[in-house]
Write a protein that binds this ligand. Structure first.
Ligand SMILES: NC(=O)c1ccc[n+]([C@@H]2O[C@H](COP(=O)([O-])OP(=O)(O)OC[C@H]3O[C@@H](n4cnc5c(N)ncnc54)[C@H](O)[C@@H]3O)[C@@H](O)[C@H]2O)c1
Length: 375
């Protein structure tokens, strides 16, 4: 008989629904020895919380996140609110002894992110941060391939993360454009995912050069009353050096027309190459320089039950998993961490390392801008 764990979920937007679905799926898919009990759904206003508790199958609704965290029936908290709320919610949950599954990025600035990591460490609770792309079976297999030496010593990492959700200058202004509410722009929203993958593939990173730009400096207000300033970057690029000696270059944009989730990388090795693109999340491209040159070429590896976690969902290769399945794998990783088992989830210190890199890119870019100014 699986042991029950009481869950509070805060937020019911894009990620709120993703966490709710994952909580519903994790036990049936993984047969975990812990069974989530959907205890409290928290959102504002109260009517929304009540309606979404009913839709998601939570026993109770609340518009008070502090009360939801403190509730004695709650053992673990899913935090899916906008970035500016992550720090106080995570710190309060840690101090209350509750386990934490929080969305990325950690916070709106590095000081808050460090305080969150400290609170989690001091409380000794489990914390997984929502870097779900690291949980994709295809990505986990890419890490295995690299570690097995199939492409030899990695010598070059090239990463791109592009979306077009801010490409249209007529897209209305939101909290994502405000430093106090979002923190960084594309770096905090998208680049952090690419860094989460680069770290797992290649190891520790030093930022050695960077540039960033706000392309659309104002956006129209939703109510048509005027425009508001965009305070953070739309595009950012950086030159990296990995501790293993490899060189890296990354580029990211939230204004890249046509790109929907082009979270992609190439790892060049001394004996071959591995390529991945999240828009084709069930495929890995592998080139190994062996055998007759006339037969060499990239081959496509389709995700299947031989790859980590895939077989939990279905037994048939090439039948494909989706974005939501990554969230279910992340929920299972969270339960593993709570139980003190080896976990594939991105923990608080790994998330802090990601945060340090995106902020180092921003600082380096500002520094570079002051050097290359035409006047
Ligand atoms: N891991 C990923 O792939 C991924 C994808 C998208 C967003 N995110 C992250 O998830 C977080 C949320 O993004 P989203 O797109 O789901 O946003 P959203 O706007 O769709 O949802 C935010 C939710 O938080 C609720 N909320 C706001 N203030 C609240 C409060 N004081 N108390 C209770 N509820 C409150 C809102 O009502 C809403 O339901 C962000 O940090 C974002 O960076 C992660």
């Amino acid at each position: 008989m699986a042991k029950e764990i009481g869950i509070a979920l805060i937020g019911t937007g894009f990620m709120g629904k993703a966490h709710a679905l994952a909580w519903g799926a994790v036990q049936p898919v993984f047969g975990t020895d812990t069974k989530p009990r959907l205890e409290i759904l928290c959102d504002q206003p109260a009517e929304r919380a009540t309606a979404m508790a009913d839709q998601f199958g939570f026993a109770r609704a609340s518009d008070n996140w502090r009360a939801a965290i403190a509730d004695p029936a709650v053992d673990a908290v899913s935090i899916t609110t906008p970035n500016k709320l992550h720090a106080e919610m995570v710190i309060e949950a840690a101090q209350a002894g509750k386990h934490i599954w929080c969305e990325k990025p950690l916070a709106v600035n590095l000081d808050e992110a460090k305080a969150m990591a400290k609170a989690v460490e001091q409380a000794g609770v489990a914390a997984v941060i929502g870097y779900n792309y690291t949980q994709n079976p295809t990505f986990l297999h890419a890490v295995e391939l690299l570690q097995s030496g199939v492409i030899g010593r990695p010598i070059h990492f090239r990463g791109i993360v592009d979306e077009d959700y801010q490409a249209d200058p007529k897209t209305p202004w939101t909290w994502r454009s405000l430093q106090a509410e979002a923190g960084l722009g594309v770096l905090g929203d998208l680049t952090c995912h690419l860094i989460s993958m680069a770290l797992r593939l290649m190891g520790p990173i030093t930022v050695i050069g960077a540039d960033m730009q706000t392309v659309h400096r104002t956006r129209p207000l939703e109510d048509g009353s005027g425009t508001a300033k965009v305070e953070n970057e739309d595009i950012a690029s950086a030159l990296l050096r990995f501790e293993n000696g490899a060189q890296g270059v990354i580029s990211s944009s939230r204004v890249a027309w046509g790109r929907k989730n082009r979270l992609s990388f190439e790892v060049h090795g001394e004996k071959g190459m591995i390529c991945f693109d999240q828009e084709r999340m069930n495929e890995l491209q592998l080139y190994v320089a062996e055998g007759a040159k006339s037969t060499q070429g990239f081959r496509t590896i389709l995700a299947g039950p031989e790859h980590p976690h895939y077989g939990r969902f279905n037994p048939a290769p090439g039948h494909t998993l989706g974005f939501q399945d990554q969230k279910t794998i992340e929920a299972a990783a969270f339960l593993d961490m709570i139980a003190g088992r080896k976990s594939s989830g991105v923990g608080i210190n790994e998330a802090l390392a990601i945060e340090k890199i995106i902020h180092a890119i921003a600082v380096t870019a500002n520094d570079t801008a002051s050097h290359v100014s035409p006047d």
